[in-house]
Design a protein around this ligand. Structure first.
Ligand SMILES: NC(=O)C1=CN([C@@H]2O[C@H](COP(=O)(O)OP(=O)(O)OC[C@H]3O[C@@H](n4cnc5c(N)ncnc54)[C@H](O)[C@@H]3O)[C@@H](O)[C@H]2O)C=CC1
Ligand SMILES: O=C(O)[C@H]1O[C@H](OP(=O)(O)OP(=O)(O)OC[C@H]2O[C@@H](n3ccc(=O)[nH]c3=O)[C@H](O)[C@@H]2O)[C@H](O)[C@@H](O)[C@@H]1O
Length: 438
């Protein structure tokens, strides 16, 4: 099938490459010419495991192309996936300017039937706005052409994006006409040979499903963070509690890890956007208000631990930070808890030496040279007053604690991701404090 994907970010590039992998003829459009130049030259603008290989092989096979030419991209695909950003507006609602600009381009330049698919995370009612935008452009041209609009929210996780796209738990299709449903089912058929995982529903329900899924996951995390903080006060160990409740299949083990707050380009913005949708409809989502405020507090947990250990004035202190990205296996720094922690440390007069296996270039865009970037995790520890762990990269999971102790000035580890067994770390003569652990 001829497919156009609009936007070559985390979602668009993965979508384009994975659809090409199953034999579709895919053109990816982006207005950012630097990104497209890099892609054309064989580079990948983001770090995402497995993406380089799948992009390269499909480009080589002639099934995947990149362009900045809007006319070419509109012409190409019978199906036009919109996968552009939907960043938060000032009031927290999703800013639809990129989605609607993409829709207008389609209306302005299409010459035959199109299925226009919203893959971006968009508030309920957006498909109607997309439809209007295209219809207006067609009317302005004085042409009558048929088109369908469908919602197909994406549930992939960064760091596992290719895997998630290739083996989806479910494929949500919001569509209200048979032609669009037929096309969407045909596209996703190869991704679910063993079980039909397609959920066809009305468009508004599909749009809401995406926000409800992210809000539910964020709720589990904030809930566990509060339980962890309580466990700490009570002398209980949240790791036992996590296993104790996760073993109930009604609860399950996923997304029950307490930490130093959730980040990323989606949970923070999507929780806020859903709250704003509720407000616009005369409601308050009280649970989500709490989810957000718990998360804001949680990003300060490591700082509070440091202050209770060293006092409010951290000037002259130097702290090592392991992990900058908002989660492992990505270089994405959007809403990373590390940024909140590091800004606070700097504001309290401390200096910071950080290490991240892939996110240091991205981190520099946010923090510049206000911190030092170490060449490896052990170097970061030299003369530091504590090691702070913010992202659970695999390579941090079994350090040589004797070396860690020898390098640190103060033998203290504050672990924002609960990586270690406390007794084991303490055996090495290190002080160890984590989130809700004994
Ligand atoms: N990042 C993630 O893990 C996930 C993101 N989403 C949602 O998918 C959407 C995209 O997210 P990301 O891929 O992270 O965004 P991104 O910010 O990485 O990429 C968006 C791309 O769209 C391009 N763009 C903007 N307007 C355009 C236009 N009119 N024509 C062509 N290109 C245009 C930008 O230059 C940029 O390269 C958002 O709504 C997000 O909430 C959904 C699931 C997962
Ligand atoms: O809409 C989106 O963009 C995506 O948002 C999340 O994916 P992502 O943000 O890539 O990463 P997650 O693995 O969900 O982690 C988000 C944050 O929660 C934190 N987290 C996650 C799980 C957990 O148990 N505890 C916890 O603190 C992570 O450290 C990270 O900061 C969802 O998991 C995806 O299903 C969704 O498609």
């Amino acid at each position: 099938m001829k497919i156009t994907v609009i936007g070559t970010g985390y979602v668009g590039l993965v979508t384009g490459a994975c659809l090409a992998e199953y034999g579709n003829d895919v053109v990816c459009l982006d207005l950012d010419s630097k990104k497209i130049d890099l892609l054309k030259a064989g580079g990948i603008p983001i770090y995402e495991p497995g993406l380089d290989t799948i992009v390269a092989s499909n480009v080589a096979a002639g099934r995947l192309r990149f362009t900045t030419d809007v006319a070419e991209s509109v012409q190409h695909g019978t199906v036009q996936f919109i996968a552009v950003g939907t960043p938060p507006d000032e009031d927290g609602s999703a800013d639809l300017k990129y989605v609607l600009a993409a829709a207008r381009n389609i209306g302005r330049l299409m010459t035959d039937y199109k299925v226009v698919v919203d893959k971006s995370t968009v508030p309920v009612g957006t498909a109607e706005k997309v439809k209007e935008a295209i219809a207006e452009e067609l009317a302005a041209r004085g042409v009558k052409l048929e088109f369908s609009v469908a919602s197909n929210p994406e549930f992939l996780k960064e760091g596992a994006a290719v895997e998630d796209f290739m083996r989806p738990d479910r494929i949500v299709i919001g569509a209200e006409d048979e032609r669009a449903i037929h096309v969407m089912k045909a596209i996703y058929h190869p991704f679910q040979r063993n079980h039909d995982r397609t959920l066809v529903m009305d468009i508004r329900s599909a749009e809401l499903t995406k926000y409800a899924a992210n809000a539910m996951l964020a709720t589990r995390i904030s809930f566990m963070n509060e339980i962890a903080n309580l466990a700490e006060k009570l002398g209980a160990d949240v790791e036992h509690v996590r296993r104790g409740i996760g073993s109930d299949p009604r609860i399950g083990y996923h997304f029950l890890y307490p930490g130093c707050g959730y980040g990323g380009s989606c949970f923070p913005k999507d929780v806020q956007a859903l709250q704003q949708t509720a407000v616009e409809n005369g409601m308050q989502l009280k649970v989500l208000n709490a989810v957000e405020s718990v998360n804001e507090g949680q990003k300060q947990v490591l700082l509070h631990k440091l202050i209770s250990r060293f006092g409010d004035d951290l000037s002259g202190k130097r702290f090592a930070v392991w992990g900058l990205a908002f989660k492992p296996r990505t270089d994405d720094m959007r809403e990373a808890p590390s940024l909140v922690l590091i800004e606070a440390l700097l504001a309290h007069g401390a200096s910071v030496v950080a290490f991240d296996p892939v996110a240091m270039t991205e981190a520099r865009r946010h923090l510049g040279e206000r911190i030092t970037y170490a060449t490896d995790p052990i170097n970061a520890l030299e003369g530091a007053d504590a090691l702070l762990i913010v992202t659970e990269w695999k390579q941090f999971q079994v350090p040589d604690f004797e070396v860690v102790k020898a390098k640190l000035k103060t033998p203290l580890i504050l672990d924002g991701r609960n990586l270690y067994e406390p007794a084991f770390v303490r055996q090495h003569g290190l002080e160890y404090d984590a989130i809700g652990r004994r």
